[in-house]
Design a protein around this ligand. Structure first.
Ligand SMILES: Nc1ncnc2c1ncn2[C@@H]1O[C@H](COP(=O)(O)OP(=O)(O)OP(=O)(O)O)[C@@H](O)[C@H]1O
Ligand SMILES: [Mg+2]
Length: 515
């Protein structure tokens, strides 16, 4: 019985036969070629994979010498040496070019071992060959793809590199060496630290090691030392490559030069800071100028109030006294009138009338300039006196609503409110064409509300925009606003084709002490 039938065809039912049958199955299932020969080299066993690898069926080769089947003329000598070595007791293993039935050659990994019987007597040689072609092809394909990758990475302007899973860098592209002026030996593994800024390196290491530990991508900007001895900033991105079990097997890193960008960004933000600073300075200058203007207009308003008060007193005390003296003289002249001609008597009588009229006028002007009632009897009385006179002179009906127990306010406030109402009524007379006006004053808690309303044609829209946008317009509203601002109050103007309402609100919390 041949070795072939011994291994594959035995069907005895005892344990040994079972073992033999199993071995036969194994020899048929494995993806390696198993060939046995006798001591002379005649083939005694040829498993199914040997049929697949060499193209010969077992029937075709059994009994034939192996040298004529799988060995070429060129390698025959070498094959004989290996066989001889095996027959002398050594086993041999190595790569060998084996010949197939088609005449082509296959690269195989061959192991030759001596075959002995139960008594240890040599009965032949068994050779196991493994096809290396597909592994070679895969290796070639991998090498080609790595070469392509290197060529591609070398064509990029970025610095590129590859690291093992543990962070050990084993390859850099040419740009890296060009930029850093280093050599592969210096850079291998963790040598890259030599081109880092020592101040920043610890944080780079910390983050890179954390990425290695967690398998998370890495991204950071840091400077790298160039061959010219200067640092440039790079954006570094590192991505992991995983195997089927999602284990990191490699890292791909790129360093993109962002130095110019950073410089640009820096100069932009410097320019922005500078601009902001200039705007701030200009705003401060403007605020200071506005404050000075405000102070000036407050001073002007106060001066005008004082000047009006002084003029009113002058008119009353000096011109009024002189007119009184003239009037007394005229009285004396009237007593002696019988001594005068009729024409002179008429002049004296006319003068007496004229002097009285001038006295009245002077009194009115003086009181309008600064109503004595404002200081003596307070805002309510002064307003009553003023609105009566205004209604009489202007023929505009004025309604004044003020609480009977209004009491006194600080002098500054009383003057301000009086002047605001005086200006509103003057405006109504000059601009509104209204025949009536209403003034309402009331307190609500710690606030005082003053409202002057007319039923005239209203303030033109254009004018209203000017007034609300910046307080521009005439001195009238400007003055009102300044007076109110000075007292912590505010002004609101509402106006349409049916009339105008000017409303002022003032805080009066400290009235108790100052009133
Ligand atoms: N009651 C009103 N009815 C209609 N228009 C008004 C009224 N009050 C004010 N105006 C309009 O608002 C403008 C601004 O008033 P403002 O008192 O500030 O200035 P002015 O009266 O023109 O001048 P002045 O500086 O002498 O007071 C007026 O020119 C007028 O056109
Ligand atoms: Mg006015």
């Amino acid at each position: 019985m041949s070795l072939q039938s011994n291994l594959a065809e035995s069907s005895n039912s005892d344990g040994a036969s079972e073992q033999i049958r199993l071995r036969g199955r194994l020899a048929g299932a494995v993806k390696v070629a198993i060939i046995a020969t006798d001591l002379a080299g005649a083939v005694t066993y040829w498993n199914p994979f040997a049929e697949e690898l060499y193209g010969w069926s077992a029937q075709e080769v059994l009994g034939r010498n192996i040298m004529g089947i799988t060995v070429s003329a060129e390698t025959e000598e070498l094959a004989k040496q290996h066989m001889a070595a095996v027959l002398s007791g050594e086993s041999w293993a190595g790569e060998f070019q084996v010949r197939c039935k088609s005449g082509s050659y296959v690269s195989a990994f061959v192991t030759l071992s001596l075959l002995t019987d139960e008594d240890g007597v040599s009965i032949g040689v068994v050779g196991v060959s493994q096809d290396l072609t597909s592994r070679r092809q895969a290796e070639d394909a991998l090498r080609r793809s790595e070469e392509q990758f290197h060529a591609f990475a070398n064509s990029l302007p970025e610095l590129c590199w590859m690291a093992h899973a543990d962070g050990h860098i084993f390859w850099y592209n040419d740009r890296w060496y060009e930029y850093t002026g280093t050599t592969p030996d210096q850079m291998e593994g963790w040598g890259w630290q030599a081109v880092h800024d020592p101040e920043i390196l610890p944080s780079v290491l910390e983050r890179w090691k954390s990425s290695i530990e967690t398998g998370n991508p890495f991204e950071m900007e840091f400077p790298l030392l160039g061959a010219d001895g200067a640092y440039r900033w790079f954006l570094t991105r590192v991505r992991p490559v995983h195997d089927q079990e999602h284990k990191v097997i490699r890292w791909y890193g790129t360093n993109t030069d962002v130095d110019e960008q950073r410089r640009l960004f820096q100069s932009l933000s410097e320019a922005r800071d500078h601009l902001e600073k200039r705007v701030q300075e200009r705003t401060e200058e403007l605020n200071t100028a506005t404050d000075s203007l405000r102070q000036l207009s407050i001073r002007l308003l106060r001066l005008r109030d004082e000047e009006q008060r002084r003029l009113a007193r002058e008119l009353h005390d000096s011109v009024g006294q002189l007119l009184a003296a003239i009037s007394m003289n005229i009285d004396i002249m009237s007593v002696e009138a019988h001594k005068l001609s009729p024409a002179a008597v008429k002049c004296v009588t006319d003068n007496a009338g004229l002097v009285q009229e001038v006295s009245r006028e002077i009194r009115t002007i003086s009181h309008l300039l600064h109503p004595p009632l404002l200081d003596e009897a307070g805002l309510a009385s002064a307003l009553r006196w003023y609105t009566d006179g205004f209604a009489e002179r202007s023929k505009i009906k004025v309604e004044l609503e003020i609480p009977g127990d209004f009491g006194r306010l600080p002098n500054d406030m009383e003057i301000a409110i009086f002047r605001i109402i005086q200006e509103c009524l003057t405006n109504i007379h000059r601009h509104s064409e209204s025949t009536e006006a209403a003034i309402r004053i009331h307190r609500d808690g710690d606030r005082l509300f003053v409202q002057v309303q007319d039923k005239g044609k209203g303030i033109p829209a254009e004018k209203q925009r000017e007034l609300s946008s910046s307080g521009r317009g005439g001195v009238g509203f400007g003055g009102m606003r300044e007076r109110l601002r000075q007292l912590g109050g505010s002004l609101e103007i509402q106006s349409d084709g049916h009339g105008t309402v000017v409303s002022a609100v003032l805080p009066i919390e400290s009235l108790a002490e100052s009133a």
